[in-house]
Design a protein around this ligand. Structure first.
Ligand SMILES: [Zn+2]
Length: 227
């Protein structure tokens, strides 16, 4: 009986959490950057007051009175700062002077993002790799690129593709891969409430499509090769 209920909830959740997205670009309105960040914060603060008051919260309470502004600033300046192209990390690259021709893996990049279906946190690790085509990037650049695209309302599949795509552009090579293993609080803390499950997504570009290259990359991550 319990199993039936779980199965039903799972099926409902699959429909509810339809994480399929056909386009690599974050869906943005044409007027997305017409307002300044300051104007956006003022409007969101106003809207947060309405949301909290609708829920019945007394915003004259000391503990709550700063919440609308705090949330508005957090949305614009932190959680969703990666929506604004101005915040994209600069693409400084270097010549590969050492002629290092093997794979470079930046693993266990801490990832904080936000599920765009529920506006709840996605927390996990990203693992990024590339094979240099004569160009290299500073190691922290990969962390910054992951962070930039993570700071948007996201679905994990799109985030994975955006990271690969951005690095392919910067490094001028198709040979880029990204694996993300993350927990979605919309699955862990609500709905099906499965605290242990995590979601793995992977995109293998260029040479990483070859089985032996993929295997080498996965080997460095100590993950199983079941995906
Ligand atoms: Zn979600």
């Amino acid at each position: 009986m319990k199993f039936d209920r779980l199965l039903k909830e799972t099926l409902e959740n699959i429909h509810d959490d339809d994480h399929v997205s056909g386009n690599i670009n974050t869906p943005l309105r044409d007027d997305a950057f017409k307002l300044s960040d300051k104007e956006k914060i003022a409007l969101i603060e106003h809207d947060m007051v309405r949301i909290l008051e609708t829920l019945g919260m007394d915003l004259t309470d000391d503990s709550l009175k700063g919440t609308p502004k705090r949330v508005a600033k957090m949305f614009v300046n932190e959680l969703f700062a990666g929506l604004h192209p101005n915040n994209k990390p600069s693409a400084s690259t270097f010549e590969n002077k050492y002629k290092y021709g093997e794979m470079l893996v930046e693993k266990n990049i801490t990832l904080y993002s936000t599920c765009e279906h529920h506006l709840l946190p996605i927390v996990g690790k990203a693992h990024v790799a590339y094979i240099s085509n004569g160009t290299v990037v500073g190691l922290s650049k990969m962390n910054r690129i992951v962070d930039y695209f993570a700071k948007r309302p996201q679905v994990q599949e799109r985030l994975t593709l955006q990271v690969v795509n951005a690095l392919q552009e910067v490094l001028n090579t198709e040979d880029v891969a990204c694996v993300i293993d993350a927990k979605h609080l919309c699955v862990n803390a609500r709905g099906i409430r499965d605290i242990d499950s995590s979601t793995v997504t992977a995109e293998f570009g260029g040479a990483f499509k070859k089985a032996e290259v993929k295997k080498e990359f996965i080997g460095y991550l100590n993950l199983d090769t079941s995906f």
